[in-house]
Design a protein around this ligand. Structure first.
Ligand code: NAI
Length: 250
């Protein structure tokens, strides 16, 4: 196992489940000191338990709260004094409604949790990464940043927004060697989709068949790309959104 994160400090949000959990573990396996954040404390405990190799510290943080994000970054600065990489990954899907029926509160909630959180994350991560001297930020978007999945206006708007925000912040920071990129997962078998699949197995079956690879992605397959984007191996990748979707958007 490569140890390219030895001595590095990494932040992961949404680390209590799915893609974020696997990313936290993978960063730790590669030597990082991981500051793992989520609302779900039980999920975070599980993330930490299974990782034997590296160091994962867990924090209950609501990524949509400015106060909590600022306090989280202050804590990382106090404890570790540096930040080399951030994976802003927490997210929710919201309900599925045609736009005429979409409840405004739901729309605001999805935009706040998915998009405002990435804005806040980068706003408070960047000063510490800049102080460290260089680094990488990876934001989780979605194939819904490229497509228009019917019924998911809030989710698609938030993910298109993350794509745009990523490019702007990449442009603003490229000259000081802070790389900002996005990861766009396709249909990935995490609790986010597995709970829906359990309710509607026929739909899940159809979804898998519609993917050229004929299967959903595994969280680890997404985490690998997030960790790669954060690593020196991706040192010339700036402002890109990497799609990892089993061919869904071919
Ligand atoms: P998941 O539901 O397994 O994990 C998401 C985590 O985010 C949960 O642990 C949840 O507690 C946390 N979270 C939600 N709101 C939060 C908040 N306000 N503050 C802190 N943590 C919060 O889902 P998954 O699939 O691992 O999702 C990770 C990212 O991948 C999300 O941004 C999602 O939109 C994106 N994605 C997932 C796809 C999939 O098929 N699973 C497809 C495309 C994108």
């Amino acid at each position: 196992m490569s140890a390219d994160f030895d001595g590095k400090v990494v932040l992961v949000t949404g680390a209590g489940s799915g893609i974020g959990r696997e990313a936290a573990r993978l960063f730790a396996e590669r030597g990082a000191h991981v500051f793992a954040a989520d609302l779900n404390l039980d999920g975070l405990e599980e993330t930490r338990d299974i990782s034997a190799a590296g160091k994962i510290e867990i924090f209950g943080v609501d990524v949509s709260s400015e106060e909590q994000v600022r306090a989280f970054l202050a804590r990382i600065e106090k404890d570790a004094g540096r930040l080399d990489a951030a994976f802003n990954n927490a997210g929710i899907t919201g309900g599925t409604y045609r736009i005429e029926d979409y409840p405004i509160e739901d729309f605001d909630r999805v935009l706040t949790v998915n998009l405002r959180s990435v804005f806040l994350g980068m706003k408070y991560e960047l000063p510490l990464i800049a102080k460290t001297g260089a680094g990488a930020i990876t934001n989780t978007a979605s194939v819904a940043a490229l497509t228009g999945p019917g019924g998911m206006s809030a989710y698609a708007a938030s993910k298109h927004g993350i794509h745009g925000l990523t490019r702007v912040v990449a442009m603003e920071n490229a000259s000081r060697n802070i790389r900002v990129n996005a990861l766009a997962p396709g249909w990935t078998e995490t609790p986010m989709v597995v709970s829906n699949s359990a309710q509607n197995p026929a739909f899940a079956d159809l979804a898998r068949k519609a993917i050229p690879a004929k299967r959903g992605g595994q969280p680890r397959e997404l985490a690998e790309v997030a960790v790669w984007l954060s690593s020196p191996a991706a040192s010339y990748v700036f402002g890109q959104m990497i799609v990892v979707d089993g061919g869904m958007t071919i």
